[in-house]
Design a protein around this ligand. Structure first.
Ligand code: PAF
Length: 288
């Protein structure tokens, strides 16, 4: 795996890798902020299967963190990340410093209006502007054919799909399923912050989603009923502070009154200082 830290070197490396792979070769991009886990690796695996060249990025993007958020202490494990990504089959890793991505005087941002203020965007003002801006820059630098994101960040996926559509970006977005621990906890780089007690509290998110999923399977469609069922689980865990419980369209993130295929049941909660998210997307095949 080649590691590139400048935009110029990464552009060149992508061109060379494509040329070496053949005229119609395709390039996959897996953007990350590092602290690599099996969720990221499952996306690398999907990229490896589908494309000729696989690129990943590690960049803890300052623009998507609020002033009181965890940018300074976000887990950084670069050497271990490199080992895992290389073993998984990444060909090119882009790992720039902040001043390479945002040199002094950079004042241009990408704002997906409306969607960026919903779900996590409501709790984290400016977050999705930071995500859309950095992902747009990564797309410009790396020019992937396909980019891979995890379903756990469902609101991020909706924002990025809208950005790609509205700006006519020639990139296909593929969403990989949420990867979970055996006890149900969705994998997240932020799980590293959790104390043993908080980790137990955090299990309530997947438990609440499981309750909602069972109700949907049994035919319940009312968002009011489903939301109340999730709240019942989350509100009874001492120490856990729910942030939001939303039932929305997975495309627009607008609330829905009644769930149908494509609806998203999304949760966020605080375990101590750690904000966790999880969601369940109503399956088009089985719930229409
Ligand atoms: O999902 C993430 O890790 C980040 O939001 C992303 C897409 C790498 C942009 O910084």
């Amino acid at each position: 795996m080649r590691i590139l830290t400048t935009i110029h070197a990464m552009r060149l490396a992508c061109k060379q890798a494509r040329r070496a792979a053949g005229e119609d070769s395709t390039l996959a991009l897996i953007p990350t902020m590092g602290a690599v886990h099996k969720g990221h690796l499952s996306l690398v695996d999907a990229g490896r299967k589908e494309c000729d060249v696989v690129a990943a990025s590690i960049f803890v993007n300052p623009l998507q963190f609020g002033p009181t958020e965890d940018f300074a202490c976000y887990p950084r494990s670069f050497d271990d990340d490199c080992r895992q990504l290389a073993k998984a089959g990444v060909d090119l890793l882009f790992a720039p410093e902040a001043q390479e991505m945002y040199p002094a005087g950079a004042t241009t941002f990408v704002e997906v209006a409306g969607l960026s203020e919903r779900l996590d965007g409501a709790s984290r003002p400016g977050h999705f502007r930071g995500v859309a801006t950095v992902v747009n820059k990564l797309f410009n630098i790396i020019a992937p054919d396909v980019a891979y994101f995890g379903q756990k960040d469902a609101a991020q996926v909706a924002v990025l799909r809208t950005m790609v559509r509205d700006l006519d970006l020639p990139v296909r977005i593929i969403v990989g399923p949420t990867v979970r621990e055996p006890d149900g906890l969705a994998l997240s780089s932020r799980n590293r912050y959790l104390s043993p007690d908080q980790r137990i509290q955090a299990l309530a998110l997947s438990r609440a989603l499981h309750v909602v999923e069972e109700l949907v399977d049994r035919g319940e469609r009312s968002s009011v009923v489903l939301r109340a069922a999730a709240a019942e689980v989350l509100n009874h865990v001492p120490g856990l502070r729910p942030d939001y419980i939303e039932i929305v369209s997975s495309d627009t993130l607008e609330p829905v009154v009644s769930v149908a295929s494509g609806a998203l049941i999304a949760l966020a909660a605080w375990a101590g200082e750690t904000r966790l998210i999880d969601n369940f997307r109503v399956d088009p095949a089985s719930h229409d």
